[in-house]
Design a protein around this ligand. Structure first.
Ligand SMILES: Nc1ncnc2c1ncn2[C@@H]1O[C@H](COP(=O)(O)OP(=O)(O)OP(=O)(O)O)[C@@H](O)[C@H]1O
Ligand SMILES: Cc1ncc(CO)c(N)n1
Length: 265
């Protein structure tokens, strides 16, 4: 069985973070492991409280995992402080980790900030160069590239800046652009659009986490990066089309849709 590790925050409401990652990896037939960076008390309406783990405890979780069941691929999500980022960077190097997808989580769908400013600098300087793929959404891409994104051309320019600065592939997600679900892939001075059909569903809690862990699952299974992105996007679209409607705010996706004969009931 292929194995994957998520290094991310826990979402008590189960739709984003570690919980979304484990569900996604599991329905892809990949054995999921976790190293938790923070607990969030969160629901579909917002993040009520965050409790970070200590750097020592994160370090121990990573050591426990890597020295026993080596992950074929790794997804990194919410990491809210510079000390935690340092620990992750050090362990990834020490254990020679491969297939690393970094989702630079900064703000939850509900608008709550999930990272501090010093940590953003550490992400850029210590972590991004180790990534196989970065998956920023538009607001994150604006912060990381220093450019405002209003058009498709802006997305290309921002992705180019990030890819060249960090020497890694970048998938800039277009879910925040009105009427679109097109994501821009940029690597080796070339770009490619991953065109998606926009699904009218306001329940989008955890779309970013779900996409990045689906990509991670496919990388663990040995798919190449572009194939992994296509397959993951298809999985995500199905989870949105299944129209689960839970909670009072922006609800979670139906992660299990692909086990249940699809979304046509
Ligand atoms: N309404 C939609 N219909 C189809 N695809 C969508 C829709 N909204 C988002 N997506 C897709 O979902 C994926 C995640 O994109 P999005 O921009 O929502 O990420 P995110 O903001 O990081 O998510 P999160 O809400 O978890 O922070 C992308 O592939 C995007 O194109
Ligand atoms: C724990 C966690 N990670 C990531 C996100 C981004 O959606 C969230 N809302 N919560």
């Amino acid at each position: 069985m292929k194995t994957a590790l998520t290094i991310a925050g826990s979402d008590s409401s189960g739709g984003a973070g570690i919980q979304a990652d484990i569900k996604t990896m599991t329905v892809h037939g990949v054995y999921a492991m976790s190293a938790i960076t923070a607990l969030t008390a969160q629901n579909t309406m917002g993040v009520q409280k965050v409790m970070e783990v200590t750097p020592e405890f994160l370090s121990q979780q990573l050591e426990s995992v890597f020295t026993d069941i080596y992950p074929d691929a790794i997804k990194i999500g919410m990491v809210s402080s510079s000390a935690l980022i340092e620990v992750i960077a050090e362990k990834l190097t020490f254990y020679d980790a491969k297939n690393i997808v970094v989702d630079p989580v900064m703000v939850a769908t509900s608008g709550s900030k999930l990272i501090n400013d010093k940590a953003i600098e550490y992400l850029k300087n210590k972590l991004f160069a180790k990534a196989t793929l970065l998956t920023p959404n538009i607001p994150e891409a604006e912060i990381l590239s220093g450019r405002t994104i209003k058009t498709s051309e802006d997305m290309i320019a921002a992705a180019r800046i990030m890819s060249e600065e960090y020497g890694t592939a970048v998938l800039c997600k277009g879910g925040h652009a009105l009427n679109e679900a097109n994501d821009l892939f940029y690597y080796n001075h070339q770009y490619k659009w991953f065109i998606g059909e926009r699904i009218e569903n306001s329940n989008t809690h955890g779309t970013g986490c779900t996409l990045s862990s689906a990509i991670t699952s496919y990388l663990a299974q040995g798919k190449d990066l572009e194939n992994a992105i296509w397959l993951a996007k298809n999985y995500l679209s199905g989870a949105l089309r299944a129209m689960l409607n839970l909670g009072k705010g922006s609800g979670p996706l139906k992660h299990t849709w692909n086990l249940e004969g699809g979304y046509e009931e």
